[in-house]
Ligand binder design. Sequence first.
Ligand SMILES: *[C@@H]1O[C@H](CO)[C@@H](O)[C@H](O)[C@H]1NC(C)=O
Ligand SMILES: *[C@@H]1O[C@H](CO)[C@@H](O)[C@H](O)[C@H]1NC(C)=O
Ligand SMILES: *[C@@H]1O[C@H](CO)[C@@H](O)[C@H](O)[C@H]1NC(C)=O
Ligand SMILES: *[C@@H]1O[C@H](CO)[C@@H](O)[C@H](O)[C@H]1NC(C)=O
Length: 168
Amino acid sequence: MALLALLLLTLLATVLSSSSAKITSEIGVCYGQGGNNLPTPSKSTQLLQKLNATQVKLYNADQKVLNALKGSNIHVTVMVPNELIINMSSNQTLADQWVQSNVVPFYPQTMIRYILVGNEVLSNSFKPQWFYLVPAMKKINQSVKTFGLHNIKVGTPLSFDVVESSVL
Ligand SMILES: *[C@@H]1O[C@H](CO)[C@@H](O)[C@H](O)[C@H]1NC(C)=O
Ligand SMILES: *[C@@H]1O[C@H](CO)[C@@H](O)[C@H](O)[C@H]1NC(C)=O
Ligand SMILES: *[C@@H]1O[C@H](CO)[C@@H](O)[C@H](O)[C@H]1NC(C)=O
Ligand SMILES: *[C@@H]1O[C@H](CO)[C@@H](O)[C@H](O)[C@H]1NC(C)=O
């Protein structure tokens, strides 16, 4: 499930970018914020650095966390919430505004490297966002270009039920 209660240390090889299904041997961390007793963003950043984490994936684009990650050399993935996908699929302004407020203020000091559009929209269970996903990704892609964010790739996370047979 998307919101893991705490820092979930995926000490497995992380499939960070499902779009390219690249498996790295580096430590990746998924940073969920569903709990109410979490370490502060700066504590979390220290923890990530202690763990030699090289990548962190946020299930949102929390400004405090993104600020705390400024100046670290941890690669960061942010996520466009599912709720925005349908509107974004037909609205470039909305995509531009999302990127402008959630990415531009932190980049490049915070090493944002991926923007994932939605969370597990392409899972086996049908979701209404299904048909809007690719158009929304294109809008975000265009915004990334508009703002000149050269090191950022756009993708969407696959749910593990899609890749189950090849992973398990
Ligand atoms: C992190 O890297 C440093 C230097 O390479 C090493 O000394 C340390 O043991 C590593 N920490 C962990 C938790 O792997
Ligand atoms: C999507 O757009 C419609 C029409 O502009 C608006 O009423 C609705 O609140 C928007 N949905 C979200 C999640 O922003
Ligand atoms: C597109 O998004 C912008 C920014 O949220 C909003 O102001 C505008 O009304 C939206 N356009 C349409 C056609 O929904
Ligand atoms: C995203 O943008 C890059 C260059 O800015 C382009 O090469 C790529 O084809 C675009 N992808 C989509 C899906 O539009």
